[in-house]
Design a protein around this ligand. Structure first.
Ligand code: AMP
Length: 220
């Protein structure tokens, strides 16, 4: 086993953070902690958390900080997160970032790097509105750029593909606005602390992954 690795993946919705985080987490043997996935699971299971989160998610707004911080505190306390993690989609606000620092400090840990995956906005719109995903195994596709072999059917597990409710054009525009207003301010803070590395998020998935890998391993 390699040394611990503690990363935050930042970037607008549609930048490809999730795809990269899933693969690299597997490679490094640490959990991918994706708050969006955790919330969607809670919604699907109809838990109190899911019921609380659904209305925010459907309209592309952020779920309140205290809810998300509670969720992350519990998740980071799990044994599999002791040797590191990739946080994907968290933190999304300045208070969430502050809470993360405190949680880590309390257990004598700190972040190694914050990796920003950058993609221009017209490309994000195109990606998100064409995105389809498998609710069973979380695989993602794109109607034109990365279609499944059979339309509407997951290559990996045979599940029926769906469009996320929040990937409609109006909601995507709102999510991008929320990113600019609430999440982009975090970048300055990570930059000032020397933690931020920016990776261009366009091009071949493998090339982007190699750039993220180099950025992450330089921080170890
Ligand atoms: P994502 O899959 O990361 O795009 O997240 C989908 C939705 O879940 C977001 O639009 C928010 O409504 C909610 N969400 C996910 N992560 C967070 C977070 N860190 N803070 C607040 N809301 C979140």
């Amino acid at each position: 086993m390699g040394p611990a690795i503690r990363l935050v993946f930042l970037g607008p919705p549609g930048a490809g953070k999730g795809t990269q985080a899933r693969e690299l987490a597997r490679e490094w043997g640490v959990p991918q902690i994706a708050t969006g996935d955790m919330l969607r699971e809670a919604v699907a299971a109809g838990t109190p958390l899911g019921r609380q989160a659904k209305s925010y998610m459907d309209r592309g707004a952020l779920v309140p900080d205290d809810v998300i911080v509670g969720l992350i505190a519990e998740r980071l306390a799990q044994p599999d997160a002791k040797r590191g993690f990739i946080l994907d989609g968290f933190p999304r606000t300045v208070p969430q970032a502050t809470a993360l620092d405190r949680l880590l400090r309390d257990v004598g840990q700190r972040l190694d790097r914050a990796i920003l995956v950058e993609v221009p906005e017209p490309e994000l719109l195109r990606r998100l509105t064409g995105r389809r995903s498998c609710p069973t195994c979380q695989a993602t596709y794109h109607v034109t750029a990365a279609p499944p072999r059979r339309e509407g059917v997951c290559d990996r597990c045979g599940g029926s593909l769906v469009q996320r409710e929040d990937d409609s054009e109006a909601t995507v525009r709102h999510r991008l606005q929320v990113y600019r207003d609430q999440t982009a301010p975090l970048l300055d803070d990570y930059r000032r602390r020397g933690l931020l590395v920016t990776v261009p998020g366009e091009g071949a998935i493998e090339t982007i992954r190699a750039a993220i890998r180099r950025a992450a391993e330089a921080g170890r």
